[in-house]
Design a protein around this ligand. Sequence first.
Ligand SMILES: C[S@@+](CC[C@H](N)C(=O)[O-])C[C@H]1O[C@@H](n2cnc3c(N)ncnc32)[C@H](O)[C@@H]1O
Length: 329
Amino acid sequence: MPPMRLLLRGLPVRSRKMSEAPGHDDRFAMLRCPETGLPVELRGRALATADGSHIYPINEAGIVLMGACSLPVDAARQQAHYDQLAPLYLENLGYPHTQEYSAYLDRALFEALEGCSLDTVAEICCGQADGLALLGDRIRTGVGVDISANMLAAAAGRPGMSRHLFVQGDATRLSIADSTFDTVLMLGGIHHVNDRDALFGEIARILKPGGCFVFREPVSDFWLWRAIRAVIYRISPHLDHETERPLLWRETAPPLERAGLRLERWRTYGFFGFCLLMNSDVLVFNRLFRFIPGIRAIARLATRIDDWTTRLPGLRRAGLSVIARARRP
Ligand SMILES: C[S@@+](CC[C@H](N)C(=O)[O-])C[C@H]1O[C@@H](n2cnc3c(N)ncnc32)[C@H](O)[C@@H]1O
C-alpha cells in the first residue's frame, strides 16, 4: 500500500517534486530552435532539431547555449559587456543601502504582479535571475533567458534555482514556443534592447492569452534624470550609451500597443534617495555609505520620502524607475 501522504481521497498524489517541478524533458518542450522555430529534443548534452541541422550545447552549468547564431549588433555588444562585468555587477547589489532600497522596489513589484498567474514564468534578460529568486516557490515552472552565459551561470548557481531552466539567447529572437507563459518578467532588461518592436513582439508571442508582462526599468521622462543620464551613460565604463536607453513613456506605450499588449499600469518610483543610494556601480563614493551607522534606517527613510515625492501631482511620472504591467488580451 502506498504511504498515506501520497493518498488524497483514494487517489495517488504525485510528490511535489514530480508534480511541481517538471523534469528537464518537459521543460525542453517549451524551447524552439531560434533560427527555424522548430522544436528541439535532448541528444546527450545538447538540444537538437529533429533533422539534426541545428544543435545547441548544454554547458557544465546546465545552461542551454542558444545564442551562438548571428546576433544583432546590440545583443553582441551586451553579451561582451556583461560577460566581462558579471562579477562586479553582482557585488554592487550587495551593499546594505542598495538592499534596503531594492526591498522597497521589490514590494512594489509584488503589487504590480497582483492578478497575474505565476504558474509558468519567463524572466527575460534575467541576469542572475533576481525575479525568479524573489518569486521563489510561487512559480511552478520558470525559464530565465539572457545573452550572457556568465550572468546565467551566476543565476543557475543560486540556491533553489535548479528547478528552473536557463537559456542563453537574444531577447529579440526568443527560443521559446508560442503562448507558453502566464507571466513574463523583465527587470532592468528592456533599456538594453533598442529594437523595442521586436522585443515586445516576442513577449506577446510567448505569453498565453490573458498573460501578464511586468517590468521594472529605468525611466527618463523627468528632464533632470534625462540630463544626468546623458552624461553618466557616456562617461561610466559600466554603461554603454549606444546600447542602453532608459525608457520614455512615448517610446514604450506605442510599441506595446503595436505588439498587441494592453498597458494596465505605469507607476514610477525613486527620486533623490534612489539617485544617491542606488547606482553604486556608477557613483563609486556611494559604496562607502555601507560604513555609516544606521545606513539601513536612513535608506528606509529615503524610500518613504521618494515614495511621497513620486505621488505628488505633477511628479507621478518623474521617478527614476518605472514598474509597469501590460497584458495580452
Ligand atoms: C542590467 S542587467 C539586469 C539583470 C537582471 N535582470 C537584474 O535585475 O539584475 C541587463 C541584463 O540584460 C542582458 N541582455 C542585454 N541585452 C540582451 C539581449 N538582447 N538579449 C538577452 N539578454 C540581454 C545582459 O546580459 C544583462 O544580464
